[in-house]
Design a binder for this molecule. Structure first.
Ligand code: PHE
Length: 448
């Protein structure tokens, strides 16, 4: 077996992890979720979830990965708890399923880049979405997106992932920052901002049972937690890195990009009247934005910039999703990375075909991942770190850390008590929300 790779620098690791975190979740889902769930009021719930649950949980994945220097499954075995490898197995399955539909949306983004160049969506944005999100076009663009993902992962951790994210992540920043400034000059900008962030506590109070699990699910998703991405990425890390410092940087930057995305999306939507989508179905954001781009001054260019950002963000995340099963197979069997990444990528691509053909199925994959798989996976990891693994993991957090050992003591208790309780509650609400959607329950029972 060839020697295991490591990141060439600390910045390389941070950029790769930020690349994983910043994705469709930040730019495509976050602004719409915030706007339709009470603006700043939702933001408060979301930020609490990110910093109080997501951040400590991310450190949990970091200590597992760096201590074991193994992929998400072998990590548990190599720490001496083989029976807990199912937790990593859950991550492998979670990344596989998520990538299958994530890549379909990545394919739509490709179509919208083409459409921005040719002007194809300008005439009839609704019809354009219908055409690119169904049938052979959707399958073909999904395949192209998977091919790009496979290409990067096949090149390796440093030559592929690190090199690609070193270019993509700064580009995302520059572009999204530039767009936010540009669209601030549009007519409806201030109305857009106030729609985005004006706190509407009544919305939250009216649907606590639905909003809490979405905010927590969104927090986990956006931080790429639960699926072993952060285990895999931190396993390529040196001992002298401060995990709490790197983790804070990743969480803060990820949050900034999400907030910034709203500062791009809402001025655009408010520049034309009545363009704010009511329900956030899978395609609403695309149709609403495309129709705004078709009407505002410079819309085609803004649209091109926006969809390019979306593509870079999606791609720097999808590679991390493919890295989870790839690193598992490579570490486990010693197979070469290239054929492994290609083989697994093709399987994911096939698994995504039903979601490419039917946005209803895509919505269903999405709901199951958010309400069930994600919280479950994060919960299992937290219980492992807090209650099963011995003190070696708290010690690992101190290595290279400038935060002091009081920090790791608090963290350990936090991950033992607060996180399992919080996620347990969320999970109940999430299951309830799936049952309501499926029609098994007519209304929420808890917090209903
Ligand atoms: N964090 C990515 C996003 O916000 C998605 C993702 C989830 C990537 C889980 C890896 C693992 O789009």
């Amino acid at each position: 077996m060839s020697e295991r790779e490591t990141w060439t620098s600390r910045v390389g690791f941070i950029l790769a992890a930020v690349g994983s975190a910043v994705g469709l979740g930040n730019i495509w889902s976050f602004p719409f979720q915030t706007a339709s769930n009470g603006g700043a009021a939702f933001l408060v719930v979301y930020l609490l979830a990110v910093f109080l649950i997501g951040f400590p949980a991310m450190l949990g994945e970091f200590v597992i990965g760096r201590r074991s220097e193994q992929n998400a499954v072998e990590a548990f075995r190599s720490l001496g708890f083989g029976e807990w490898s199912v937790a990593g197995g859950l991550g492998v399955v979670g990344s596989f399923v998520t990538l299958a539909f994530y890549s379909v949306v990545g394919g739509w983004v490709l179509s919208y880049i083409v459409g921005s160049v040719t002007g194809a969506y300008l005439g009839d944005p609704g019809a354009y979405f219908g055409a690119v999100s169904a049938g052979p076009i959707a399958v073909a663009t999904h395949a192209v997106f998977m091919a790009l993902t496979i290409g990067i992962v096949a090149l390796g951790v440093t030559d592929g992932i690190e090199r690609a994210t070193k270019v993509m992540v700064p580009a995302i920043f520059v572009l999204i920052g530039g767009l936010a400034v540009w669209v601030s000059t549009l007519d409806g900008a201030s109305d857009g901002y106030s729609y985005y962030l004006s706190p509407d506590v009544s919305v939250i109070a009216g649907d606590l049972a639905g909003i809490v699990p979405s905010a927590v699910g969104q927090a986990f998703f956006t931080l790429s937690l639960g699926f072993g991405v952060m285990i895999a990425y931190s396993s390529y890390l040196g001992r002298d890195d401060s995990l709490p410092a790197d983790g804070s940087a990743i969480v803060v930057v990820n949050t900034l990009v999400a907030l910034l995305a709203g500062f791009v999306v809402f001025p655009v939507l408010f520049a034309i009247e009545g363009a704010v989508p009511e329900s956030g179905g899978a395609g609403t954001a695309f149709t609403a934005l495309a129709s705004a781009f078709s009407q505002i001054p410079g819309g085609q260019a803004i649209g091109l910039g926006f969809f390019v950002v979306l593509l870079l963000a999606a791609l720097s995340s999808s590679i991390s999703l493919l890295e989870v099963p790839t690193s598992f197979v490579v570490d486990r069997t010693g197979y070469d990375r290239t054929p492994t990444a290609v083989g697994l990528g093709v399987l994911v691509a096939i698994a995504g075909v039903p979601t490419a053909l039917d946005t209803g199925i895509l919505g269903w994959y999405n709901d199951v991942v958010f309400n069930l798989l994600l919280p479950l996976a994060v919960l299992v990891i937290a219980v492992f770190v807090g209650w099963v693994a011995d003190d070696q993991l708290a010690e690992e957090l101190d290595l290279g850390s400038s935060f002091g050992d009081d920090f790791s003591t608090v963290w350990l208790w936090w991950i033992r008590i607060v996180i399992p309780v919080a996620i347990g509650g969320t999970l109940l609400l999430g299951i309830q929300s799936l049952l309501v959607k499926a029609g098994v329950l007519s209304a929420p029972v808890i917090l209903g």
